[in-house]
Design a protein around this ligand. Sequence first.
Ligand SMILES: *Cc1c(COP(=O)(O)O)cnc(C)c1O
Length: 411
Amino acid sequence: MALVNENYLKLPGSYLFAEIGRRVAKFKNDNPDADIIRLGIGDVTRALPPAIIESLHKAVDEMADLQTFKGYGPEQGYDFLIQKVIEYDYTPRGIKLDNDEVFISDGSKCDTGNIQEIFGLDNMIAVTDPVYPVYVDTNVMAGRAGVLGSDGKFDKITYIPCTAENKFIPELPKNKVDIIYLCFPNNPTGMTIPKCELKKWVDYAKANKAIILYDGAYEAYIQESDIPHSIYEIEGAKEVAIEFRSFSKNAGFTGTRCAYTVVPKEVMAYTKDGEAIQLNKLWNRRQTTKFNGVPYIIQKGAAAVYTEEGQKQIKALVDYYMTNAAIIREGIKSIGLEVFGGVNAPYIWLKTPNGMDSWSFFDKLLTEANIVGTPGVGFGPSGQGYFRLTAFGSKENTEKAIERFKTRLKI
Ligand SMILES: *Cc1c(COP(=O)(O)O)cnc(C)c1O
């Protein structure tokens, strides 16, 4: 008799987007003429920049030629891309990395999901709340999370609230934790963490021999100074942090798939006997066993990000979305709602008016303004009473949506 991994049965259904779909479908059915604008999408909508397209085309042609054809590549990625990553994303910030500390992959979702495999099952996991669900669900699958309580929390995971009360900056936990997931700029709150606050986490990790898993998928959206672009800008972080970066949100690679993970050789975790083990070695072993590398063509496309043209073009992409973010932010502020994020991230996190719960506000926005967003509570219990809008739509739709906020929403 084949037995299932019963941990999977502890996962709640993927309720959030299914429920949004259900409510939107019902509304459309009842109001067939309504022109619905979606500001809930967490996916880019602009086409790939021309420098990347050109590089992809060239790489396709190389695959057609016996002299330049490529079969299996290095599981860790090609050096031509790794070197550019280091040269552009780390060296200018005073961070030194060796090529074998950067692992090219097909996405940060996969990497942030898979990384937990190299850790023991007895670690206490901490996540910020609200949270990108991948961090929690992959630990549930592995059997680290315990059971889901009626409060929406797994009993063996430490949830660190990030709310307006603490300016969305996570406070150190009172109980001891071993593995900490941090994502800044944050999805869903769109908020960031200043260096002095991030340093507290690095110091905590050093003092407790804990590991920080730092998701920097939105790094390119940082506009303000004093916001760290990499956790390795913090002294000592190379001993305790793994960093994830993706080409999805800066270069429009959500459907093209390329990302990278940095595992410095100094980062150690321990056996039960206290022996220090390099996580770089374990991740390398994991990747070489279970992963066969990102397609050459795609890595060539990603490498074009690191050309003069590519840099200009991805900046224009980010600027396009950030213009939308400013339109949303200012528009919503002007009608008297409390709004967060949208300055260093493509997400706007608003406080629902009059203490309304997230789903009630969803319904109100849909029926009165025909706008679809994402209820904050879908990202964790501390998201209750908040609502996420994204800047990933077209400028036209974003402007139209904000006009409706101003004219149709009854607050
Ligand atoms: C979009 C996103 C990513 C990127 O995922 P990919 O698999 O690289 O597309 C990673 N983390 C967060 C929090 C995200 O929102």
